[in-house]
Ligand binder design. Structure first.
Ligand code: HEC
Ligand code: HEC
Length: 343
């Protein structure tokens, strides 16, 4: 009896070790929210397009999953095992089983000439320095100029994943079903295309590192020299001065404790600057998670503190450089506002 139990346990252990990771489930869990369950695209670009998969080696897909796209929303999946990454790639490959032949790591070309050609033919969509179109994928950032936003090319994750041969393939064939069309058909010669590829590769020398914001405090705090009531009024005045409309004022414990038992020395002031809200929602709708602006005023041991969330620190969680810039502006405004309220 005991022996058969041990045997059974060993068998089960073996079964969990040997079970193949399920690529379709892993894809649904880690990728579908952004790229669509069927790979048709969303916050992320479409992955199921035959024109994309015909030119993307499996190693490119693997490396993209591992490196992500720093500052361009696509996260780096460092916690998945090799077998799990391979299973996801096999699932994606299932949409178009024909993988391209091995692609050249390097394509020699005239970088200076490539730079001129890039300015003339690519910058309008991919940005002057290859930092990508405004927004990402197919659903972010409304209004927008293109149905699919051009990815960042000066991105460390992209450059680490894409061999030159793949970039060349993309330029020669374009990506049918996206705004990216064939440059051979548009009249560039193969030497021109090689020059552009060499120029795109040269971005590697100054691919931007994302800002290090992990050390930022999640909360902006100021000590007020005034009484609780004076501070509340002062915060409201400062907010109005920064074009915030006051929405409401309530106890921090509202709804958390029986009515009438809330601590009156913990107050939250809700306000909204509609222009700011509109601007940042266009960049990344996920800021909705920490807007409208909430300023908390608390009196503790005779000291009045004024606090608000730090948008810089929250933006850091979203891996979106454009949002980082918008949140930097927002954080400065919050700091100035609290400064003024506690002057
Ligand atoms: C009309 C806008 C437009 C122009 C012009 C354009 N592209 Fe693109 N490009 C795109 C879009 C959109 C995509 C994404 C396509 C997709 O989702 O598969 C893309 C994809 C790419 C990719 C693949 C990137 C990746 O992450 O897989 C490369 C490389 C690229 N473009 C290079 C260039 C270069 C170099 C030029 C100039 C010779 C150029 N593109 C011109 C819109 C454009
Ligand atoms: C939070 C959203 C998000 C998640 C989750 C995500 N991606 Fe992405 N992915 C993106 C965005 C956005 C881009 C385009 C980056 C750009 O615009 O520069 C991208 C780009 C890619 C590309 C490059 C496509 C091309 O045309 O070259 C691949 C491949 C990819 N993702 C695969 C995956 C896989 C596989 C997963 C799951 C393991 C995943 N992504 C999870 C948002 C996401």
């Amino acid at each position: 009896m005991k022996r058969s139990l041990v045997f059974l346990a060993a068998l089960m252990g073996l079964a969990t070790v040997q079970a193949e990771p399920d690529g379709s489930r892993l894809y649904a869990r880690h990728c579908a929210a952004c790229h669509g369950l069927e790979g048709t695209g969303g916050v992320g670009v479409p992955l199921a397009l035959p024109a994309f998969l015909a030119g993307a080696p499996d190693a490119y897909l693997e490396k993209t999953i591992r490196h992500g796209r720093p500052g361009r929303v696509m996260p780096a999946f460092t916690g998945l095992s090799d077998a799990e990454v391979e299973a996801i790639v096999a699932h994606i490959r299932g949409w178009h089983p024909q993988a391209p032949d091995a692609m050249a790591a390097r394509v020699p070309g005239d970088v200076q000439r490539g730079k001129t050609l890039f300015a003339a033919h690519c910058a309008a969509c991919h940005g002057a320095d290859g930092k990508g179109g405004h927004g990402t994928g197919v659903t972010f950032s409304r209004p927008r100029d293109l149905p699919i936003i051009a990815p960042a090319l000066n991105n460390a994750g992209f450059l680490a994943a894409a061999p030159d041969g793949m970039i060349k393939h993309t330029l020669v064939h374009g990506r049918e079903g996206t705004p990216m069309t064939s440059f051979l058909e548009q009249g560039l010669s193969e030497a021109d295309i090689d020059a552009v590829v060499a120029y795109v590769r040269s971005f590697e020398q100054h691919a931007e590192a994302p800002p290090e914001l992990g050390h930022e405090s999640p909360v902006i705090t100021r000590i007020s020299p005034y009484s609780l009531q004076e501070t509340i009024e002062s915060v409201q005045r400062a907010a109005i001065g920064y074009n915030f409309r006051l929405i409401r004022e309530q106890y921090l414990q509202d709804g958390l404790v029986p009515e009438g038992e809330e601590d009156p020395r913990q107050v939250v002031i809700y306000s909204c600057n509609f222009k700011l809200l509109d601007d940042v929602l266009k960049v990344d709708p996920r800021v909705g998670l920490f807007l409208p602006c909430r300023v908390t005023v608390v009196e503790q041991e005779g000291e009045v503190r004024v606090m608000t969330i730090n948008p810089r620190r929250l933006s850091y969680l979203f891996n979106n450089r454009e949002l980082d810039e918008a949140c930097e502006g927002m954080a400065r405004m919050y700091e100035a506002m609290l400064e003024e309220a506690t002057l």
